[in-house]
Design a protein around this ligand. Structure first.
Ligand SMILES: [Fe+2]
Length: 414
């Protein structure tokens, strides 16, 4: 049982720790300490100064360059006092260059504890907690109606984008089966003005997935072969964020099922079972390759199989696509090479295991949207003689979705 002065706070849906309701405190007049006993650096504090000499008042954008501040900036005095009502506290800090800033203690505390959820130019930058899934827990992919997307209420947009960010994917039903319709869908979601919201690639604004080449462009996807779980375009820089895959026709009855794997869940499992192998896959940059589809160019990108945020250690991207290489460099340490190949073998086995594979059929008019940096996709082999199977795909960026999420969230909050 926790004492009453403690609160439980959940971060990322997985970690919980107590926060004492002690306020930010000043030790010896110049040391600013958080509740968790972290000393706040003078420059860290100063770059959060929202006074008229530091930021443009409307946008809160900084007016100065970092090198204009003294390199040895110090706090000469700091004082916490009540302010703002509701028990909120303010802190006045005077720095060694004579500047005085006033901060809200709660905002400093919150940001120092969770850098990823509390901003300066917009306070609320918290994304939904990620929900990891496997074959069982992820079996029911969230489905939404295209008609509701057209209406585009903030509540609907929040629900849809929450699914996309939390689960990594969702399916829109009843999307009109017109050529390039996915481009309109991308625009409706992103809310971006002008032009197109999809990101053109060497495969075009959209690409056509049938059992024949897409024009002159050839790829394993443009056959009826089984497609093992993979992410798209790891050879591009940057890798495409979200993919939209629209089923314009699907008359297959015995195959051609779509397949989804939560790459974050798999990478997390590898980290738990073999931290050293996990780390190797985050450290060694592999080479991802493609010939442009028609051997006219080289698309090459160097990046690790698993990417983590170096501050928090969170997994932020997985890469895996045997057809795109993922070749390792020739390292001089033989043992490291052994470990690297062993690590990739386990990673590959997990990604390809039934334990994580979610199968579903995309019916005509379904449009599957998935985070290409997290959710691997594939399909079972199909028989093109059973009937037409015609999917159209395209990409839009991560911020098309995160921007739509915050826009809906702020509208509802107001
Ligand atoms: Fe693909």
């Amino acid at each position: 049982m926790l004492p009453p002065q403690m609160l439980l706070r959940r971060i990322d849906g997985c970690a919980a720790w107590p926060l004492f309701q002690r306020q930010i405190s000043v030790v010896a007049g110049t040391k600013v300490m958080t509740r968790s006993n972290r000393e706040l650096h003078p420059l860290w504090l100063r770059e959060r100064c929202a006074g008229p000499a530091s930021v443009q008042w409307e946008t809160v954008q900084p007016l100065h360059q970092p090198h204009e501040l003294p390199v040895d900036l110090k706090i000469t005095s700091a004082r916490v006092r009540p302010g703002g009502g509701g028990g909120a506290q303010l802190m006045s800090v005077t720095f060694s260059d004579g500047h005085t800033s006033v901060f809200g203690c709660d905002a400093l505390e919150a940001e120092s504890e969770d850098f990823f959820s509390h901003g300066i130019q917009q306070k609320d930058i918290a994304l939904p907690n990620i929900h990891l899934w496997d074959a069982n827990s992820g079996a029911a992919v969230a489905r939404y109606s295209y008609d509701d997307l057209e209406r585009g209420t903030p509540k609907f947009m929040l629900d849809l984008t929450t699914s996309l960010l939390k689960d990594g994917h969702a399916i829109l039903e009843g999307v009109p089966c017109f050529d390039k319709e996915l481009m309109s869908v991308a625009k409706m979601i992103s809310g971006f003005h002008g032009g197109s919201s999809v990101r053109p690639t060497n495969w075009g604004e959209v690409f056509n997935v049938r059992s024949i080449p897409d024009g002159d462009l050839k790829d394993l996807a443009y056959t009826s072969e089984r497609l093992y779980p993979h992410v798209d375009n790891p050879y591009r820089d940057p890798n495409p964020g979200f993919q939209l895959l629209h089923a314009l026709e699907n008359e297959c009855t015995s195959g051609g099922l779509s397949l989804a794997v939560d790459g974050f869940a798999v990478a997390g499992r590898l980290r738990h079972e073999n931290p050293e192998w996990f780390e190797l896959l985050t450290k060694v940059a592999s080479r991802w390759e493609n010939d442009g589809g028609d051997r006219s160019t080289a698309m090459v990108h160097f990046a690790p199989y698993i990417q983590i945020d170096s501050t928090s250690g969170r997994i932020v991207q997985v890469r895996y696509s045997p057809k795109s290489g993922g070749y390792f460099p020739a390292l001089s340490d033989p043992q490291m090479m052994e470990n690297l190949y062993a690590a990739r073998r386990q990673y590959s086995q997990l990604l390809d295991s039934d334990e994580y594979a979610v199968h579903f059929k995309l019916n005509k008019g379904d449009l599957w949207i998935f985070n290409n940096l997290r959710v691997l996709h594939g399909r079972s082999e199909f028989n093109p003689n059973e009937g037409a199977r015609f999917f159209q795909g395209g990409y839009f960026d991560m911020d098309a979705v995160t921007g739509a999420y915050f826009r809906a969230k702020y509208k509802l909050a107001n």
